[in-house]
Design a protein around this ligand. Structure first.
Ligand SMILES: C[S@@+](CC[C@H](N)C(=O)[O-])C[C@H]1O[C@@H](n2cnc3c(N)ncnc32)[C@H](O)[C@@H]1O
Length: 249
């Protein structure tokens, strides 16, 4: 899927603002860091400001171009972590905020990360846990079903147990793993839910006519308002996983 980088930076900046807490897990001494799925580069820049030598990679050319424009002195590469080129070398830390749930093959993801980390290197990441935005996903699935449109969930949300298994299989020892609820206020007042959907379900909504899309939004707003509308904004039912793991060999 391709991203609208400008809109991401203005309307969905909560993603990297929440991610700032993940920076606290980074080592204090300077390291070589790979920021996987760096998006528009806001956290990559903060990693550099902490004194690390960081490379940001993202499969989206829009995101990478925006990152280069905002932070011309930093290193950004358009790369798919599932198929990395030989420009991706060995790092001390693999960092990633709000990316892994977009990647269906979690085993290959962790294998590739493991292969590009030094022994004792660290994986520091945050992403959607099982049950993330469940109310929104279920409502959207029902709407598409009613329209006769097939819906394949674009996200892969994992449990703590599932991840422990995959980490071990790929030579990581868990240092810290935390699953938590993070109700997330959306920007845009009454349009917040639509704007969130336009960003994160861009591909699925692109299959609908303008009229169908409007109907889906109206129906979802009606259905979800009793649980997710909070006086003057929408609040998405986020659940997250935060992980620090060390490569064992
Ligand atoms: C929600 S954004 C998070 C961006 C950034 N980490 C931040 O905190 O703002 C998810 C990013 O993951 C990237 N991404 C998804 N799958 C990827 C893959 N296989 N390889 C590299 N980047 C990927 C997307 O292109 C997108 O920019």
């Amino acid at each position: 899927m391709e991203w609208n980088a400008k809109k991401y930076n203005t309307t969905h900046d909560f993603v990297f603002k929440y991610g700032a807490g993940l920076l606290e897990l980074l080592p204090k001494e300077p390291k070589k860091v790979l920021d996987i799925g760096c998006g528009t580069g806001a956290l990559t820049n903060q990693i550099a400001e902490l004194g690390h030598e960081v490379t940001g990679i993202d499969q989206s050319i829009n995101m990478i171009n925006q990152a280069k424009e905002s932070y011309p002195d930093l290193s950004f590469l358009q790369e798919d972590i599932l198929n990395p080129s030989d420009q991706i070398r060995l790092y001390d830390v693999a960092f990633s905020n709000a990316v892994f749930h977009w990647i269906p093959d979690q085993d290959l993801l962790l294998k590739n990360i493991s292969e590009h980390l030094n022994v004792n290197g660290q994986l520091i990441c945050e992403f959607g846990a099982v049950g993330n935005v469940q109310m929104i996903r279920e409502a959207f699935g029902r709407e598409l079903k009613a329209l006769g449109v097939s819906f394949e969930e674009p996200f892969c949300f994992t449990s703590v147990e599932g991840y422990r298994f995959l980490l071990k299989k790929n030579h990581f020892e868990v240092v810290e793993i935390l699953e938590y609820e993070r109700p997330t206020p959306l920007k845009g007042g009454k349009y917040g839910l639509r704007e969130w959907m336009e960003q994160f379900y861009a591909a699925e909504l692109g299959e609908l006519s303008i009229e169908q899309k409007e109907q889906v939004f109206v129906n979802m707003e009606q259905e979800l308002a009793p649980r997710l509308w909070k006086k003057d904004h929408w609040e998405a039912d986020y659940r997250r996983l935060k992980i620090k793991a060390s490569k064992t060999r």
